[in-house]
Design a protein around this ligand. Structure first.
Ligand SMILES: NC(=O)c1ccc[n+]([C@@H]2O[C@H](COP(=O)([O-])OP(=O)(O)OC[C@H]3O[C@@H](n4cnc5c(N)ncnc54)[C@H](OP(=O)(O)O)[C@@H]3O)[C@@H](O)[C@H]2O)c1
Length: 306
């Protein structure tokens, strides 16, 4: 029976990291923050109670020293930091870390190898492949990947999830708008990570998936309309056109293609990428689903629309 008490978090200062740090602390883990040496990041810092180590991510020795006496490493590094995780994995193995959670936290990258969106996610896919290899070589070293779907509250606040435009009272839906997709609030993801580390045996060497809920664009539009008492002008875009636009961007080396591919991956009619009951790790992680209506209501309040 493995027990995890000490956790080093890499990149806990960005969009998702603070929610993970918060929930790990709330669950009673002893957290150490790891930040890049010389980082001038002005995004949220680690809480005062969390010791922070500034490390050169290119240095195996520096990372190994930072991971000494840590039971787990949780990586929440942003996209540009994904390849650097390889050295962090090597350092974690050498330091005797028992569990490594890589920076996944989106679509299930185990399922998209070789697809259009998978081409953009090769870095993440390679890190999970590497973790599998290292866990095969070292019985004491384990990993867990976590797919969360879209960051629901964060995405709504930033872009209306690409669906809702409150200011202009407009909405954009892909295909029929009926396809359900997977989404998680940042705090749900934080609790899921804490849940993985609280259930180390059940979650060892597995790629898990969680969600606050599945929802469709039409459900979101209907809820916004009902709660605000105001209709949105809905326009439609064909998933096939998004994929075509994405392929053109990718051919020109423009990685904003990801947004086009993601829209089609989530919301094309028949995409089938909502989180199924069989795939959901919410049970293993001791996590309830959340209330979509309440989350939309709180988004509308944050935006001053209620
Ligand atoms: N599902 C979704 O809707 C969704 C949305 C956004 C992101 N994501 C995924 O969630 C994960 C975290 O994303 P995020 O948006 O929270 O990340 P972020 O805010 O862009 O970055 C998180 C932290 O990573 C560190 N970092 C930045 N650049 C780095 C580099 N080149 N090398 C190493 N570390 C670097 C920084 O910490 P320090 O300055 O302290 O080192 C930064 O605060 C990623 O895997 C991302 O793909 C998913």
């Amino acid at each position: 029976m493995v027990s995890i008490k000490t956790v080093a978090v890499l990149g806990g200062t960005g969009n998702l990291g603070p929610a993970i740090v918060h929930e790990l602390l709330a669950a009673g883990f002893s957290v150490t923050g790891v930040t890049r040496e010389g980082s001038t990041n002005s995004t949220p810092k680690y809480p005062d109670s969390v010791p922070v180590r500034a490390v050169d991510y290119g240095s195996f020795e520096a990372l190994r020293a930072a991971f000494q006496n840590q039971d787990a490493v949780v990586s929440v590094v942003g996209t540009l930091g994904v390849p650097a995780q390889r050295t962090a994995v090597d350092a974690a193995v050498a330091a005797g870390v028992k569990r490594f959670i890589p920076s996944e936290f989106g679509i299930n990258t185990r399922k998209v190898r070789g697809t259009s969106i998978g081409k953009i996610l090769t870095g993440k896919i390679a890190v999970v492949d590497y973790l599998e290899e290292k866990a095969r070589e070292n019985q004491a070293f384990t990993w867990t990947g976590l797919s969360t779907g879209l960051f629901f509250d964060w995405g709504l606040d930033r872009t209306g999830l690409g669906i809702i435009n409150l200011r202009d009272k407009k909405a954009t839906v892909i295909d029929s708008g009926n396809e359900k997709f997977q989404a998680s609030t940042l705090s749900h993801i934080g609790r899921a990570v804490a849940g993985i580390l609280r259930h180390p045996d059940e979650t060892a060497n597995r790629y898990l998936a969680t969600a606050s809920f599945n929802l469709s664009a039409n459900e979101l539009v209907a809820l916004v309309e009902e709660l605000t008492g105001s209709k949105l002008a809905v326009s439609r875009v064909a998933a096939a056109d998004l994929v075509k636009a994405g392929e053109e961007k990718l051919a020109a080396g423009d990685f904003r293609a990801f947004v086009d591919f993601l829209g089609a991956h989530n919301s094309a009619d028949g995409a089938g990428n909502a989180l199924s009951e069989e795939e959901s790790a919410n049970g293993i992680l001791g996590l309830p689903y959340e209330d979509l209506r309440a989350e939309v209501e709180s988004f509308l309040r944050r935006q001053g629309a209620l």
